[in-house]
Write a protein that binds this ligand. Structure first.
Ligand code: ADP
Length: 260
């Protein structure tokens, strides 16, 4: 409240963190968290960077499940929370601090103070990249996060459908309003390749994200297919990039990670 939309407020650095990248989507369910997790793991295991993952999706934190992490963070001498680590990535999530089934019925200011604690109250150590899994959508909370964190850039995840793309455009506009560079768009659930015959089906249409990114003069970062192994590995907290690093899908994540 009181902060005019679009005006940069103080974007304090996060101690020890070199660069912060947001992974965002205009709406939920398009694969934003799956993408954030696999990109973070690719940056850590394949590109050998020191990586953190901040689960800013306080309404539906999925990093604990996707990274197979649970338990409460310990505190260091300065009472900062120590991130939990798996697959070479240091993670912090509201999911570590609250009961699994407790609903997060929070108002904006509470969300922001929780996120401040998760971000600046965490002892990240020295890391090269902090990947932020943003809450879906383009409301006040998303704008506040973008205004408070010194984001090096944002990656937008969308499916090929028109509806999802309309929302993706909103996401792009939101970041542009608050002067956060868009690193590019990723099309998720882009196509389905039949595991038996190899035939490709464009279940949700195809190429929408690419043409939208061209229209908006933005980088198109790549297409991730709809893939059963990707869903199954996510569900059990074993990111495909960590467990099948040589698969085609891991290769796609790795090449996107190299470009961001
Ligand atoms: P969001 O963060 O946008 O809400 P999630 O990453 O939680 O979306 O993904 C929603 C669901 O879709 C999850 O069950 C996830 O495993 C699945 N999913 C995401 N991307 C793919 C994909 N490319 N292929 C198959 N399943 C996917």
């Amino acid at each position: 409240p009181g902060e005019p939309r679009g005006s940069p407020v103080s974007r304090l650095a996060v101690a020890g963190v070199k660069s912060i990248i947001a992974v965002a989507s205009g709406k939920g369910g398009v694969g934003k968290s799956t993408t954030a997790v696999n990109l973070a793991v690719a940056l850590a295991l394949q590109h050998k960077l020191r990586v953190g993952l901040l689960d800013a999706d306080v309404y539906g934190p999925s990093v604990p499940t996707l990274m197979k992490l649970q338990g409460r963070p310990q505190l260091d001498k300065e009472s900062k929370m120590l991130p939990l680590e798996n697959y070479g990535v240091k993670c912090m999530s509201m999911g570590f601090l609250m009961d699994k089934d407790a609903p997060a019925v929070w108002r904006g200011p509470m969300v922001m103070s929780a996120l401040e604690k998760l971000t600046r109250g965490t002892a990240w150590g020295n890391i090269d990249v902090l990947v932020v899994d943003m809450p879906p959508g383009t409301g006040d909370v998303q704008i506040s996060i973008s205004q408070r964190l010194p984001l090096a850039g944002a990656v937008i995840v969308s499916t090929p459908q028109d509806l999802a793309l309309v929302d993706a455009r909103r996401g792009v506009n939101m970041f542009q309003k608050v002067d956060v560079p868009i690193l590019g768009i990723i099309e998720n659930m882009s196509y389905f390749k039949c595991p038996k015959c190899g035939e490709r089906s464009d279940i949700f249409g195809h190429g929408g994200a690419k043409s939208t990114s061209e229209e908006m003069s933005m980088e198109f970062l790549g297409e991730i297919p709809l893939n059963i192994a990707l869903r199954e590995t996510s569900d059990v907290g074993e990111p495909i990039v960590a467990f099948s690093p040589n698969s085609e899908i891991s290769g796609i994540y790795s090449s996107i990670a190299r470009r961001i």
